[in-house]
Design a binder for this molecule. Structure first.
Ligand code: FES
Length: 151
């Protein structure tokens, strides 16, 4: 645990149990996920039950309990994208990256997740890598897209 880094965050929220989400968000932004030791310390310092923190952390998609990869791959599985091949993209990415949805590849390069409608239904199926959108993605295009991010 990086005590100094955590202290810098927690010192701003001491004794404020209702600020749980902003605290977790800051930790997520700093560490890229919610490390177990840091979560325990948050529970102790804010006097919030550990179960409540895990309940919040698993409810909101913005939080992750596992380290995120260098690149975040998100496949839209909203209704339109689902109908136009989103699940096939998920299978292809999962197999090529060797990672299940919700996890990070062993080399730490890619995290794979599915998301609800990204607001570009006319271009379905849609996926994102980090902040970049890819429209009308077919399974054939997946290797080319990944290659842009593989180092
Ligand atoms: S359903 Fe995928 S962008 Fe809307």
């Amino acid at each position: 645990m990086d005590a100094a880094r955590l202290e810098a965050i927690l010192s701003r929220y001491e004794g404020e149990p209702y600020d749980l989400i902003p605290v977790l968000q800051e930790i997520q932004d700093n560490y890229g996920y919610l490390p177990k030791d840091e979560v325990k310390e948050v529970a102790r310092r804010l006097n919030v039950p550990l179960t409540q923190i895990y309940s919040v952390a698993t409810f909101y998609k913005m939080f992750s309990l596992i380290p995120k990869g260098r690149h975040q791959v998100k496949v839209c599985l909203g209704t339109t994208c689902h109908l136009k091949g989103g699940p096939r993209l998920v299978d292809s990415l999962s197999s090529r990256l060797g990672v299940e949805v919700g996890y990070t590849s062993k080399d730490g390069q890619f995290s794979l997740e599915t998301v609800g409608c990204l607001g570009s239904c006319a271009q379905a199926p849609v996926m994102m890598v980090d902040d970049k959108y890819f429209a009308r993605v077919t399974v054939d295009k997946v290797p080319k897209i990944l290659k842009l991010y593989q180092s």
